[in-house]
Each structure stands twice: as structure tokens, then as C-alpha cells.
Design a protein around this ligand. Structure first.
Ligand SMILES: *[C@@H]1O[C@H](CO)[C@@H](O)[C@H](O)[C@H]1NC(C)=O
Ligand SMILES: *[C@@H]1O[C@H](CO)[C@@H](O)[C@H](O)[C@H]1NC(C)=O
Ligand SMILES: *[C@@H]1O[C@H](CO)[C@@H](O)[C@H](O)[C@H]1NC(C)=O
Ligand SMILES: *[C@@H]1O[C@H](CO)[C@@H](O)[C@H](O)[C@H]1NC(C)=O
Ligand SMILES: *[C@@H]1O[C@H](CO)[C@@H](O)[C@H](O)[C@H]1NC(C)=O
Ligand SMILES: *[C@@H]1O[C@H](CO)[C@@H](O)[C@H](O)[C@H]1NC(C)=O
Ligand SMILES: *[C@@H]1O[C@H](CO)[C@@H](O)[C@H](O)[C@H]1NC(C)=O
Ligand SMILES: *[C@@H]1O[C@H](CO)[C@@H](O)[C@H](O)[C@H]1NC(C)=O
Ligand SMILES: *[C@@H]1O[C@H](CO)[C@@H](O)[C@H](O)[C@H]1NC(C)=O
Ligand SMILES: *[C@@H]1O[C@H](CO)[C@@H](O)[C@H](O)[C@H]1NC(C)=O
Ligand SMILES: *[C@@H]1O[C@H](CO)[C@@H](O)[C@H](O)[C@H]1NC(C)=O
Ligand SMILES: *[C@@H]1O[C@H](CO)[C@@H](O)[C@H](O)[C@H]1NC(C)=O
Length: 409
């Protein structure tokens, strides 16, 4: 006689094999959102959802409670460019008033398939360019929200691979309150075809998330390639080609008094950074006397961050630490940052700056003392071959393989 547990397990396996939902495409400009949502409702637990057609999505994808699901995205999923409709209906996330078209949530989620998610961003950038309707840092409000194409939120054990994300109105990917999330072989292209620039087109933002891996990916955008927001821990970023971006950035942190922001255990290696504003960057606000400040004064720490095998080409600020970000210098002098920075290592960061800041290729400016900042294998120069290095309140200048040009303490 078979043990009852084994019988149940094999029944479960048979049932699992049956749960498969292929989503048809309505065509004719009709909304495929409800059919996609229904497929996740039916096959989102121990099942598979296949998205192999062209889909126009005009309604929120709030796919929650998923468990052990394969998502084959081999088709083309395009959000409608309907600002009036999406602004109130997109899912609001409290951080920086970000909103999303698709909140993907649950556990054991695998998305793959070679398909594309198209944010249809042009109309959003054109409108943003002319209205500057910026409710927030992110520029979102209930009447003008620029949603994120894909948010992995309240999720764990997620793998997203082999997909394209194009035309994002805002950040491309948001990892929100999640654990153990891996992105592999993702291609991101955010390009405006009008005179309006794209806006806030970060490749990834990570917030309140632990154990996140981003690897083997191609990013062409106009804001951070990857950004580590408050409480990003145990992160590995590798094998990226970033173009036109604002670099791989920690922060900004410490903006809100009374809040504790932590970014720790981040390893970034083998990145090619081209035509960018920044290469490797840490930005934290200075202090502030007000206990309710929203312009600095928060506390926390940035610890154990390593950038290695980092190749730069035409980058304004190849290496930059700013512990007085968006804070007047006199405020920082009186109220140094309460976000401590330590154990930051630059290994084999090489290449050329754009010359945008003259000869400055490294700028390490701390308002409080920063400890254990090290650099080895640094080979950076401005286009004319010269190089200047700024170090302020760095206690470990002897651990830097370049001579600080000014000031030295
Ligand atoms: C969110 O938007 C509201 C209204 O537009 C604004 O008052 C608030 O400061 C914003 N919050 C953040 C965190 O940006
Ligand atoms: C995500 O989790 C937060 C609590 O951490 C909760 O407030 C929010 O409703 C959740 N969102 C969804 C869509 O599950
Ligand atoms: C992370 O998620 C992957 C994919 O779901 C899973 O195989 C792996 O076991 C998870 N790792 C941990 C430590 O939970
Ligand atoms: C990466 O993803 C693309 C589809 O976006 C696919 O064509 C390609 O084969 C994938 N590369 C690898 C190495 O899997
Ligand atoms: C974007 O804004 C600039 C400056 O205000 C303006 O010259 C340009 O025409 C705008 N572009 C579009 C497509 O509206
Ligand atoms: C890289 O960025 C530059 C400057 O933003 C742009 O002109 C170029 O087209 C981009 N290259 C690719 C392959 O997208
Ligand atoms: C970050 O984590 C710390 C420690 O768990 C916590 O005190 C703090 O509130 C968190 N901050 C945010 C922004 O979630
Ligand atoms: C950083 O990694 C170390 C070593 O694995 C671990 O002990 C520590 O808890 C981690 N820090 C955070 C904030 O996750
Ligand atoms: C530093 O972070 C890396 C990458 O997450 C981790 O492997 C390492 O254990 C951490 N080291 C310490 C001393 O916490
Ligand atoms: C510097 O940081 C590394 C890890 O990032 C750590 O292993 C080492 O002990 C630290 N050194 C000092 C002097 O704090
Ligand atoms: C840095 O470059 C040196 C010389 O090319 C090499 O031996 C070393 O392994 C590199 N370090 C890392 C962390 O890649
Ligand atoms: C940081 O540097 C500034 C400018 O050099 C100096 O006035 C200040 O005293 C320094 N603070 C610490 C904690 O070293």
C-alpha cells in the first residue's frame, strides 16, 4: 500500500501539470488586462501563465498571492498610453509616490521567455516635459502618475530572465519589500523620439529588499542604471553594460529625519559604464536640526560596498561619494550627516572621464568622517590625460592608491 502522503503528493503533481493558462489576445485596441489577471487568478498557484501574443493592457495588473508559478512572456505586452486612466488606477507604492502598472507578488515566481514589456513612455515624457507636473521626486500624483512597468513587490524567491523592457515612463524595475530576487539577461531601452527627454528612467530601484541579484544585462537609459534605495542589503550586481545613465548609485539616503536608512553588503562587479553622469556613486543627505526635516537629518549607515572591475568611458564623475547631498554646505558644516559611510572599496576602476568636471576623476566628500574607504587598481584620467582626486574627511587616505589632490583630510 502506498503511503497516503505519497498518493497526495502525486495527485498534487498531476494537478500542478494541468494548471496552464494561455492568454488570448483580443485585438482591435481592446483591453487584455482582465484576461491576464484572470489567468493569474486561475493558474497563479502551481501553474503556468503563457503570454505569447500581443497584449494591450489598459487596466491594473495586481497579481498577488502567487505561489510556484511560471510566467512565459514570449509575446509583447504594451500598456496603453492613457494618462487620465492610469494615473488614478496605477498601484501606489508609498516610497517616493512611485506607482506601478504591474505589481507582481507572492513566492516562487519565474518569469522568462524572450518577450517585451512596453511602457509606451513617449506620451508621458512629452506631457511631463511640458507640464512639469512633479508631485514628488518621482513626479507622481493621482492626476499624473508615471507608472513602473514591472514591480516585484512583497515577494520572495523570484527569477526574472530573458526579457526586454522598453519605453518606461518612470523607473523600469522596482524591487519592493522583497527577498531573494534575481534578474538575469534583461535588456532595457528607454529612448525618447521627440525633443522631450525621458525622465527618471532608472534601470532598477531596490527598496526594503534583501538578497537581490542583477546580472548579464544591457541598459540604455538616462537615469541610474541601478539604484540602492533605503534598506537594500546583500545585493550582487554583475556583468552589466550601462549606457547614458547616472551610474550605479547608493542613495539618496538620510532624507527624512527620524528614518533609518541602511545599504549594506553590496557587490558590484564587471560593469561597463558608458556616456554616463556617474560611475560609482554614494549620495546621502547632510544633517538637519529639525526633527521633522524632509531635506536631510535621517540616520543609518552605508557599509561594505565594493565596486570591482568597473570600466568607464566618457563619465562625468567616475567615482563620487557625497555625504552632503542636496544640502547647503553651511548646514552640513554645522550638522554633519547622520548616515555613516564605511568599508567602501574600489577595485580596478578604470577608464576616462568626460572632462565635464575638468581633471577631477574622484570626489570623496564626507561631512562626517568616512572610514575604511579603499582603492586599488585605479586607473582613471580626464580626456587630456590629467587626473585630480578630491578627498574630504576620509580617514583612510593611505589606503587609496592615488594621491588626494585637495584637500587631503
Ligand atoms: C507624494 O505626493 C504628495 C502630493 O502630491 C506630496 O505632498 C508628498 O510630498 C509626496 N511624497 C513624497 C514622499 O514625495
Ligand atoms: C505589501 O505589504 C505591505 C505591508 O508590508 C502592505 O501594506 C501592502 O498592502 C502589500 N501590498 C500588496 C499589494 O500586497
Ligand atoms: C531563491 O530563489 C530561488 C528561485 O526561486 C530558489 O531556487 C532558491 O532556493 C532561493 N534561495 C533561498 C536561499 O531561499
Ligand atoms: C537573453 O534574452 C534574449 C531575449 O530577450 C534571448 O534572445 C537570448 O537568447 C538570451 N540570452 C541568453 C544567453 O540566454
Ligand atoms: C520640451 O520642452 C522644451 C523646453 O520647454 C520645448 O522646447 C520642447 O518643445 C518640448 N518638447 C515637446 C515634444 O513638447
Ligand atoms: C549610448 O548613449 C549615447 C549617449 O546617450 C547615445 O547617443 C547612443 O545612441 C547610445 N547607444 C546605444 C547603443 O543605445
Ligand atoms: C531599515 O531597517 C532598519 C533596521 O531594521 C529599520 O529600523 C528602519 O526603519 C528601516 N528603514 C526603512 C526606510 O525601511
Ligand atoms: C552583511 O553580511 C554579513 C556577512 O554575511 C552579515 O553578517 C551581516 O548581517 C550582513 N549585514 C546586513 C545589514 O545584512
Ligand atoms: C560584504 O558584502 C558581500 C556581498 O554581499 C558579502 O559577500 C560579504 O560577506 C560582506 N562582507 C562583510 C564583512 O560583511
Ligand atoms: C574594511 O572593510 C572590510 C570589508 O568591507 C573589512 O573586512 C575590513 O576589516 C575593514 N577594515 C577596517 C580597518 O575596518
Ligand atoms: C584587479 O586587476 C588585477 C590586475 O589586472 C587582477 O590581478 C585582479 O584579480 C583584479 N581584481 C579583481 C577584484 O578583479
Ligand atoms: C569635515 O571636513 C570639513 C571641511 O574640511 C571640516 O570643516 C570638518 O571639521 C570635518 N569634519 C570632520 C568630522 O572631520
Amino acid at each position: 500500500m502506498l503511503p497516503i502522503a505519497l498518493v497526495l503528493a502525486s495527485l498534487a503533481a498531476t494537478a500542478a501539470a494541468r494548471l496552464s493558462c494561455k492568454v488570448p489576445s483580443l485585438g482591435g485596441g481592446r483591453d487584455d488586462g482582465p484576461a491576464i489577471s484572470a489567468a493569474f487568478e486561475r493558474c497563479g498557484r502551481n501553474g503556468k501563465v503563457t503570454l505569447d501574443k500581443y497584449y494591450l493592457v489598459d487596466s491594473l495588473l495586481l497579481t498577488t498571492g502567487l505561489d510556484n508559478v511560471d510566467i512565459e512572456l514570449s509575446g509583447f505586452l504594451q500598456y496603453s498610453p492613457d494618462i487620465a486612466k492610469w494615473s488614478p488606477q496605477s498601484y501606489f507604492l508609498e516610497y517616493q509616490n512611485a506607482t506601478t502598472f504591474w505589481f507582481l507578488s507572492g513566492q516562487n515566481i519565474h518569469m522568462y521567455g524572450g518577450g517585451t514589456i512596453d511602457g509606451n513612455g513617449q506620451v508621458w515624457w512629452d506631457t511631463f516635459n511640458n507640464s512639469h507636473n512633479a508631485g514628488t521626486a518621482g513626479g507622481s500624483s493621482r492626476t499624473f502618475a508615471r507608472p513602473i512597468p514591472l514591480t516585484v513587490g512583497n515577494a520572495s524567491d523570484v527569477v526574472i530572465e530573458d526579457i526586454w523592457i522598453i519605453g518606461s515612463p518612470f523607473w523600469n524595475n522596482f524591487v519592493y519589500q522583497s527577498q531573494n530576487v534575481t534578474y538575469k539577461n534583461i535588456s532595457i531601452n528607454t529612448v525618447s523620439y521627440s525633443s522631450s527627454p525621458t525622465a527618471n528612467s532608472d534601470g532598477w530601484d531596490i527598496y526594503r529588499s534583501d538578497h537581490v541579484t542583477i546580472t548579464d544585462s544591457w541598459i540604455n537609459n538616462d537615469d541610474d542604471c541601478v539604484s540602492f534605495k533605503p534598506n537594500s542589503t546583500n545585493i550582487r550586481v554583475s556583468n552589466l553594460w550601462c549606457n547614458g545613465s547616472h551610474g550605479v548609485s547608493v542613495g539618496s539616503l538620510g532624507q527624512y529625519a527620524g528614518e533609518t536608512d541602511i545599504v549594506a553588503n553590496v557587490s558590484v562587479y564587471n560593469v561597463s559604464m558608458n556616456n554616463a553622469q556617474n560611475g560609482a556613486r554614494i549620495k546621502v543627505f547632510g544633517g538637519n536640526p529639525s526633527p521633522t526635516s524632509t531635506v536631510g537629518g535621517g540616520d543609518g549607515f552605508v557599509k561594505n560596498i565594493t565596486w570591482s572591475d568597473y570600466t568607464l568611458e566618457n563619465v562625468d564623475n567616475p567615482i563620487i561619494i557625497d555625504q552632503c547631498y542636496s544640502t547647503p554646505l553651511d548646514v552640513c558644516a554645522q550638522f554633519p550627516s547622520k548616515v555613516a559611510i564605511s568599508d567602501v572599496h574600489f577595485l580596478n576602476v578604470t577608464g576616462t572621464s568626460s572632462g565635464h568636471n575638468g581633471d577631477i576623476v574622484v570626489s570623496l566628500k564626507c561631512s562626517e568622517q568616512c572610514n575604511n574607504i579603499t582603492a586599488t587598481g585605479t586607473h582613471l584620467a580626464a580626456p587630456d590625460g590629467a587626473a585630480a582626486y578630491i578627498c574630504q574627511n576620509i580617514t583612510s587616505v593611505q589606503e587609496l592608491d592615488f594621491d588626494c589632490t585637495s584637500p587631503t583630510s
